[in-house]
Write a protein that binds this ligand. Sequence first.
Ligand SMILES: CC(C)(COP(=O)(O)OP(=O)(O)OC[C@H]1O[C@@H](n2cnc3c(N)ncnc32)[C@H](O)[C@@H]1OP(=O)(O)O)[C@@H](O)C(=O)NCCC(=O)NCCS
Length: 229
Amino acid sequence: MNRLHAPASVEPAVIGFSAKVGLAGLARRLHGQAPDYLAPPELAFWQAVPSAKRRLEYAGGRLAAKLAVHALRRWQGQAPRPLAELPVLPLPGGEPRVRLPDGSEYALSLSHAAGLACAASFLPAWRLGIDLISQGRAPPHDEAWCHSTESRYSVSDRAISWAVKEATVKTLGKGMGPVFREIRCWRDAQHRWVSLPTQLMDLRKRFRYTLFQSSPYFICIASVQMETI
Ligand SMILES: CC(C)(COP(=O)(O)OP(=O)(O)OC[C@H]1O[C@@H](n2cnc3c(N)ncnc32)[C@H](O)[C@@H]1OP(=O)(O)O)[C@@H](O)C(=O)NCCC(=O)NCCS
């Protein structure tokens, strides 16, 4: 479990918690059985998914999300709750959220890729988007989602650009809409730069990106302070 810190100039402040779950280990633990940490609506979804791979990704993503929320609640001094009582359900646009009967609510971002699931739960003053991608696997180069200049990138630069796109749209609570293609990450000799489309002009200077190289993955976290969205 990791704390996520704001890019503060003086002292770092905690803005959320993240968790990772290895899917091979989880598969061994579950032996194909239904995960006992799922709430009834999550379990109903899990049981209806025909693909074993998707069921495992869903189970891993839910576990990472619940562990992140559990850590955030503990840090806030809240009483612990069983993971099955922290249902991670989608908002209408697909963004995951934990809503509890006492009115408390936990915003989340989650991602799964070959063999790993990760999630971040964050404080209401922030928006975060997390994306996990395999370093060596080129993402689809589809004209609908990728700018023509991206075809000249190396495989790992294309993977990073894709992770930046996904982290950005998740931060906005959106899916792969029209802005996706216009979000790009590129680099010169010393730095990586992110270029956002004109629709996001007002936010350009406020987005922060953190890229972790956690072999064999890249993990990108996009963050923005809530009042700036
Ligand atoms: C959000 C999106 C970019 C993520 O891409 P992905 O390839 O599925 O990759 P990841 O594994 O990194 O992320 C999946 C998680 O993103 C989250 N997510 C889905 N929609 C989201 C949204 N609008 N905002 C924030 N997060 C979202 C979900 O928690 C999902 O995991 P889950 O289904 O297990 O709960 C993509 O799923 C999307 O655009 N979804 C909305 C519309 C859609 O389904 N379009 C079809 C695209 S092919």
